[in-house]
Design a protein around this ligand. Structure first.
Ligand code: UDP
Ligand code: MG
Length: 332
């Protein structure tokens, strides 16, 4: 196959119910593209039949290639792995559950042809997602924007088309904490949005539990903002101020009304608890940052691969040597 112009990268975690439909809808789009396409499926340690379905697809369709991470590394890492291996000039990232409609891709390509480097899809509406999830997302994106210097567009996910240049730069960013939509915004270049309505999930359960979403939210805040550290300082200053006011009050009572019983017991308890809280919160914030420094310093590879298939050209093979111990990608 000629080297692909377009790469579609899809992270997959226990999506056995959607893969066939995903492939069906993607192949309609792939057939319509004006150049060779490769479909890079990334298995993020699925425990169902996803991987064997991916193998079959790669057998049947030369355009399909796949990587299999050796365990579940999480969505962002799975996408990163896909980006490491994608060979196209324009790379599209989309979810497996068809919440990101593949039919939007030709429109993205149009913008890419006009010279945009990043074309990201921006949700104007989410259908059938819970009220709770929608409001959390709404608040989070706005909060994130207030706290960061990089302008990370509201209500955008990872669904986007990126130019080769952008993906090369992304691949070269050293950090382990990969909040892709943030890094993508940080890179700059010409970026534009395409509005879309987010469809409900095709089948299966949401893989992003509340816990995972919260972790992603904290990750993104900490890796793109130093404001939380400053909040710790403000909290400290604020509690110092309260302490000062209390001290002055006590002094005043002692001098002006020597007989008034300053009921110290409750006051002291409150002060102790308050200070304790401020300190714990501040240490927690510090910990978040230190923990990330620790992660970066360890310098482990982002992921390990247990299997690679369908890639026919050398570069992918060479790259895969870095991540696993098997001899040749072809042998699968
Ligand atoms: N996903 C993944 N690894 C994970 C969790 C999710 O690769 O640990 C994939 C999942 O298969 C899907 C995409 O990431 O293709 C988005 O997940 P999901 O639809 O559950 O989350 P949403 O973004 O809709 O909340
Ligand atoms: Mg989804």
């Amino acid at each position: 196959m000629a080297s692909p112009i377009y790469s579609f990268v899809v992270p997959i975690y226990n999506e056995e119910q959607t893969i066939q439909e995903l492939y069906r809808r993607l192949s309609v789009v792939m057939d319509e593209m004006d150049g060779p396409v490769e479909l890079v499926l990334v298995n993020d340690g699925s425990r169902d039949t996803s991987l064997s379905q991916m193998r079959n697809l790669a057998q049947e369709d030369k355009r399909v290639c796949y990587l299999s991470l050796a365990r579940n590394f999480g969505h962002q890492v799975a996408v990163t792995a896909g980006l490491n291996f994608a060979r196209g000039e324009a790379i599209v990232v989309l979810d497996a559950d068809l919440q990101d409609p593949p039919e939007l891709i030709p429109e993205m390509v149009k913008q890419w042809r006009q010279g945009y480097h990043v074309i990201y899809a921006q949700r104007v509406r989410r259908r059938q997602e819970s009220w709770f999830k929608r409001s959390c997302a709404f608040i989070f994106y706005r909060l994130l924007n207030r706290l960061t210097d990089v302008k990370i567009p509201n209500d955008t996910g990872d669904f986007c088309l990126m130019d080769r240049q952008i993906v090369d730069l992304l691949n070269r960013l050293p950090e382990r904490n990969r909040y892709i939509r943030g890094l993508r915004a940080w890179l700059g270049f010409r970026q534009t949005a395409i509005p879309f309505e987010r469809d409900p999930r095709f089948a299966g359960d949401v893989k992003y539990t509340f816990h995972k979403s919260l972790a992603l939210a904290i990750d993104s805040l900490v890796s793109f903002s130093k404001v939380p550290l400053r909040i710790a300082i403000y909290l400290g200053l604020f509690s110092a101020l309260i302490a000062l006011v209390m001290a002055l009050l006590v002094l005043y009572w002692r001098i002006a009304q020597p007989n008034s019983p300053v009921t110290g017991f409750a006051t002291i308890l409150i002060a102790i608890f308050f200070l304790g809280a401020v300190q714990l919160v501040s240490i927690g914030i510090l910990g978040e940052y230190t923990g990330r420094i620790y992660e970066e310093v360890k310098n482990r590879p982002l992921y390990t691969l247990s299997e690679v298939g369908g890639f026919s050209t050398r570069p992918a093979e060479r790259r895969s040597q870095d991540y696993m111990n098997i001899q040749s990608a072809e042998s699968n």
